[in-house]
Design a protein around this ligand. Structure first.
Ligand SMILES: [Zn+2]
Length: 151
């Protein structure tokens, strides 16, 4: 059976998502792409790829972050249902506390990963355009040239 176009190279997707889930540049796997936990650099310091490929690009990252929190809350609810089925007198307090913690902590903790995972998915579906590669190359050589400005 044939797979949908674009999904035939599974190793490529595994590599891309592996980079995304480990907070690395999806294009080259380079590290150090965050200045702080919340502030991503404009470009990868290793390959020069611009992360925000178009305006509003990272809205997709919010969706991923939201989805991760929702899936965890769903699993927690299923856990509560299972606990209630096993013991009708089971207390909901612990589940509520864990639910609140998931709702508050996961979006913050997963935020930078959501951005790199989204970048990886986008790069997998839309490889860099020749102009983007040229821009990345220019940014990379500007960085390696050090403090020397554009000539
Ligand atoms: Zn890179």
């Amino acid at each position: 059976m044939s797979k949908p176009a674009g999904w035939e190279d599974e190793a490529h997707w595994v590599r891309l998502l592996g980079r995304g889930f480990t907070k690395r540049c999806p294009n080259c796997g380079g590290r150090g792409i965050y200045d702080t936990w919340f502030r991503m650099k404009d470009r990868c310091p290793t390959c020069g790829m611009r992360f925000e490929r178009e305006e509003g690009f990272f809205v997709g990252a919010y969706l991923i972050n939201f989805a991760v929190a929702i899936v965890l809350l769903f699993l927690l609810c299923m856990g509560f249902v299972a606990a209630k089925a096993a013991d009708p007198d089971a207390d909901a307090t612990a589940f509520l506390v864990v639910g609140v913690v998931i709702g508050l902590v996961v979006p913050v903790a997963f935020y930078p990963f959501a951005r790199t995972v989204w970048s990886a998915i986008d790069l997998g579906m839309t490889p860099l355009e020749p102009e983007e590669e040229a821009e990345a190359e220019a940014a990379r050589s500007a960085t390696t040239a050090g403090a020397v400005g554009p000539s």
